[in-house]
Ligand binder design. Structure first.
Ligand code: SF4
Ligand code: SF4
Length: 303
């Protein structure tokens, strides 16, 4: 059995038998969460397409419902909250003001620093909410490429001055814990497992402000087509088998565990679908005209 077949079979078996890729410490922490101390989560969206929220709802283990009821309490999410209008805003404001207790902030989407009114929540700008939350929250997660580094809204041109959360806080002189979970969209495991780690174990080891648990190795290093790369068996067009390096694959420049974690409950992932990695988990994702989704120029030497 070759390496590619083995990895695919292993991922499928894990899904079928409910064996998940939950790291041991996270699994142990999940068991320790008691109904009376569920972490509260406030989820705010700025310049985003809501793709990360959709992806979070594809979680397999724990399920999204378990995550926001058994393992955490979702206080506010514009799309998922059962309440709306002034009731939802009052609830949100009671936490942001510090009256209602401790909470973690999850942020999806970039912040339009130069055009604050481009993103409003009620009568306040998204930026005002973020600045007020910095005084009361326990910490923040920047969910996805846009919240982490600006993402597509911050692509060259950037009329709104879109920036990621950490950068926004730095410009305002705010020093607060921000954990970046890059990806466009994020993998649900990356987010849910990080929340559990933050709440029950503490701040995970970070590389470039992102959890090392998921982002310490390059897609290329773990890729089932690495053998093809070494043998110089290259795909000539999208959809071909073989290493996708010559089609502009950004796996050699991207740190993420997609080749071992897989997506859609272990069904597939980008390269398994014969599509090059577009580097969606990298800091510079889709930001530069000369490096959009694929490498256009002659590739540099990969690892
Ligand atoms: S270049 Fe892309 S397809 Fe080829 S081995 Fe690296 S990550 Fe896999
Ligand atoms: S393989 Fe690359 S493009 Fe695909 S999800 Fe992972 S980091 Fe993003």
């Amino acid at each position: 059995m070759d390496r590619r077949t083995f990895l695919k079979l292993a991922a499928t078996l894990c899904t079928v038998f409910g064996i998940t890729s939950i790291p041991d410490p996270i699994n142990a922490a999940l068991k320790k969460i008691k109904p009376q101390d569920l972490p509260k989560l406030i989820y705010l969206q700025g310049m985003s397409c809501t793709g990360c929220s959709i992806s979070l709802l594809q979680a397999q283990s724990p399920s999204p419902l378990a995550m926001i009821t058994d393992y955490s309490q979702l206080v506010f999410h514009a799309d998922l909250s059962a309440i709306s209008g002034s009731k939802a805003l009052n609830l949100l404001n009671s936490y942001i003001s510090g009256e209602a207790g401790e909470y973690f902030l999850a942020v999806e989407g970039a912040i339009p620093e130069l055009m604050p009114e481009a993103c409003m929540i009620g009568d306040k700008t998204f930026g005002q909410y973020l600045e007020n939350a910095a005084k009361t929250m326990s910490g923040a997660l920047a969910i996805g490429a846009c919240a982490s580094d600006g993402g597509i809204p911050a692509a060259e041109g950037n009329l709104t001055g879109a920036v990621g959360l950490k950068n926004y806080y730095a410009k305002k002189g705010i020093k607060k814990l921000v954990v970046n979970i890059r990806g466009c969209p994020v993998h649900p495991d990356w987010v849910w497992h990080t929340i559990i780690h933050l709440v029950k174990i503490g701040v995970p080891d970070l590389i470039n402000d992102a959890p090392a648990l998921f982002f310490s190795r390059k897609v290329h290093e773990l890729c089932p087509r690495y053998h093809d790369f070494q043998q110089e068996i290259f795909a000539k067009k999208i959809g071909d088998k073989g290493c996708l390096f010559k089609l502009g694959c950004l796996g050699p420049d991207t740190y993420a565990d997609c080749p071992t974690r897989w997506w859609n409950g272990g069904q597939t992932w980008c390269i398994d679908s014969n599509a090059p990695c577009i580097g969606c988990a990298s800091q510079g994702f889709a930001r530069m005209k000369n490096l959009p989704f694929y490498r256009l120029s002659e590739p540099h030497q990969p690892v």
